[in-house]
Ligand binder design. Structure first.
Ligand code: AVI
Length: 322
């Protein structure tokens, strides 16, 4: 597979976002996209196999079971763009269903080069597929894919795995509106959303017994040590999953076990932590099946169909650009 990579100064951007997040007034924060370096992506892959975390398996079950039905509802001919392809495993079912209908160009968009390479290895054996990966932020990658659209071709965008849940609700609508802006009427977006479930189940899913999610979260500090030369003592921070009922989300935090200061030379800061103070690293918003219709409408789509997994409440939503 060809991978289009950018050589922008990613370390500089990482350092400035770390500086902004750790020096802000009130709650310290780090953007969740930085959880996914090579180590973080590998840990997330393990999370997706954990008994406590059913999200990825529910997503895959729906795609395997309903691939033909989903593809039948998508106006063709299409080129497929996937935002955040990960390993590409669960996309196989959709691509195989599409490739039975037409020769298909598949454009995975990923910020992790190793995930792109994994995705290519996973999917290259499918008949009648051509794969071109973009190592880009989602919207930048999608713009490049849209520029390759051929006359009369529709785009079918995949945003699976409930990554939309990592945006807060207003930012989620804004992001979907930005996707909509790159599309033409009649193009489709398959949106995976994790649905609300009992608090105990959610807490277990984001704080598993083996401690894989804890390692996934703590790796963000390890990454800052590796890439920005910081001196975080990982054993002095604890992973914590919190439920925010009002916002209908699970939050991941890293809680300082004592009063301490941490140097981050490449970001030119020394950060002071109080005992019990946390860095908020990720939010996972949970949806109701009904609210997706309104969310889609506000972003300029119509939710044409929805498939729901009963075992682990999760919905695939087929949105059509109006
Ligand atoms: C990628 N994203 C949808 C996952 C989630 O559930 O929010 C990331 C994750 N964080 C902790 N466990 C999994």
């Amino acid at each position: 597979m060809l991978i289009h990579a950018i050589t922008a100064d990613v370390t500089y951007e990482f350092a400035s976002e770390v500086r902004a997040g750790l020096t802000r007034e009130g709650q310290k924060e780090l953007p969740s996209k930085y959880l996914y370096d090579d180590v973080g992506s590998a840990l997330f892959e393990v999370i997706s196999h954990l008994p406590e975390y059913g999200l990825t398996r529910a997503d895959a079950r729906l795609l395997r079971r309903y691939a033909d039905e989903i593809v039948d509802r998508v106006a063709g001919p299409v080129a497929v763009a996937e935002l955040g392809s990960g390993s590409g495993k669960k996309t196989r079912w959709l691509l195989q269903a599409l490739c039975r209908r037409q020769r298909t160009s598949y454009y995975p968009v990923e910020i992790s080069r190793s995930a792109l390479a994994m995705c290519e290895r996973e999917l290259r054996d499918i008949d009648a597929i051509s794969i071109l990966g973009f190592e880009r932020e989602y919207l930048d990658g999608l713009l490049e894919v849209a520029a390759r659209r051929k006359e009369g071709q529709h785009l079918f965008v995949l945003f699976l795995g409930s990554t939309i849940g990592n945006f807060d609700r207003p930012a989620g609508v804004k992001f979907l509106s930005e996707i909509r802006r790159t599309l033409e009427p009649g193009d489709s977006l398959l949106l995976g959303t994790d649905l609300l479930k009992p608090v105990e189940q959610l807490l277990r899913a984001y704080d598993d017994d083996l401690g894989v999610t804890a390692a996934f979260n703590l790796n963000l500090l390890a990454r800052i040590n590796r890439e920005l030369d910081a001196d975080f003592e990982l054993s002095e921070f604890a992973h914590q999953a919190r439920i925010n009922r009002e916002a209908r989300r699970v939050e991941m935090h890293l809680v300082s076990k004592r009063r301490q200061s941490v140097r981050v030379p490449a970001a030119n800061i020394v950060v002071e932590f109080l005992e019990g103070e946390s860095v908020w690293t990720e939010s996972s918003h949970k949806y109701t099946a009904e609210e997706i219709f309104e969310t889609a409408r506000r972003a300029g789509f119509r939710c044409q169909a929805q498939w729901i997994d009963e075992e682990w409440p999760f919905a695939e939503n087929l949105l059509v650009a109006e």
